[in-house]
Ligand binder design. Structure first.
Ligand code: ATP
Length: 301
């Protein structure tokens, strides 16, 4: 009978391995959010950055030829500044992040980092310079240590611990019986949205990129967790060029500069105070969201 079971056992192993591979792949694709469409130019050099400025110069883009999304979009993120992109749903905010990471190339216009056209350098060198803390952080079905160390090849254990500490996830890990070797993900320990995001922040810290892309980093969390994560992100984004793609204006009001997008175009720009005085689209969004916040607070009382 054992003879019969052994191949079945083997089959089970093959099944589990393939299934695991598929899950990893599905997670990976969610992580990068799209299939890769662009190729390196032949002989492309690496992007070399001294001052990490980001410039969109007259960018035209659409996902499909018959539907243009960005119309001659130009804006600048000065090195080390914190810039936010806001605007109504569908305005093209997340599209900006995807273009900056070069999942797609613009139809026309250029995207420059420190004066270099990102379509003319290697994708590996481009992506090494940009850290993303996405809306829904996904974890690999592996240990929590692996999920953090993934931020940089060959990271030493004490660097992983330091990144976990800086992302305020170390206290949680230290309470787990298996510590950094605890399995997380579908089969392992289920982490909350905020905890997953902290793992993503630790991963990004380890990568130590000069440019940060925060895509709606705090959308799925309760207010207290959101405040905690925001203060962690504030620490993490110090001295880094940071582009925040935001829904809720309360989280980005203290940005150095806010760009307001509407229908693929830049509608307004300025600091929070300047935009309120302008009394346009931003001011209208701010007033509406302030009302919503009040209603939420009243409902909570
Ligand atoms: P939200 O605040 O709702 O996330 P957004 O401003 O980030 O919106 P984008 O996600 O940039 O908007 O999308 C801009 C437009 O591009 C939308 O009309 C959307 O339907 C379209 N779009 C986004 N991703 C794709 C895609 N992969 N293929 C085709 N169209 C897409």
């Amino acid at each position: 009978l054992m003879q019969l079971f052994r191949p079945l056992d083997m089959l089970g192993w093959v099944y589990r391995t393939i299934r695991q591979g598929l899950i990893d792949m599905a997670l990976m694709f969610r992580l990068i959010d799209t299939e890769v469409e662009v190729k390196d130019a032949p002989g492309a050099p690496a992007l070399v950055v001294r001052r990490p400025t980001v410039v969109f110069d007259n960018v035209e883009f659409g996902y499909d030829r018959d539907r243009q999304i960005l119309h001659g979009l130009s804006f600048e993120v000065p090195a080390g500044d914190h810039v936010a992109i806001v605007g109504p749903s569908g305005a093209g905010k997340s599209t900006i992040g995807r273009l900056l990471f070069r999942f797609y190339d613009p139809w026309a216009g250029r995207i420059l980092i420190d004066g270099q056209d990102i379509s003319q350098v290697t994708q590996a060198s481009l992506r090494a310079l940009i850290g993303i803390v996405p809306q829904d952080s996904v974890l690999f079905n592996d240990t929590i240590g692996y999920n953090i160390a993934y931020g940089r090849d060959g990271a030493a254990q004490d660097e992983v611990v330091a990144a976990a500490r800086d992302a305020s996830i170390l206290p949680l890990i230290e309470k787990l019986p298996q510590g950094f070797d605890t399995e997380v993900g579908e089969r392992g320990l289920k982490l909350s949205g905020g905890e997953k995001q902290r793992v993503a922040i630790a991963r990004t810290l380890l990568k130590n990129p000069p440019i940060l892309l925060l895509d709606e980093a705090t959308s799925a969390l309760d207010t207290r967790t959101e405040q905690d994560i925001l203060s962690t992100l504030k620490r993490v984004s110090e001295h880094r060029t940071t582009l925040s793609i935001a829904h809720r204006l309360s989280t980005i009001a203290d940005s150095d500069l806010i760009y307001v997008m509407n229908e693929g175009r830049l509608a307004e720009q300025g600091t929070h105070q300047q935009l309120l005085r302008l009394d346009g689209l931003y001011a209208e969004m701010w007033t509406r969201q302030a009302h919503e916040r009040e209603e939420l607070e009243e409902a909570a009382e």
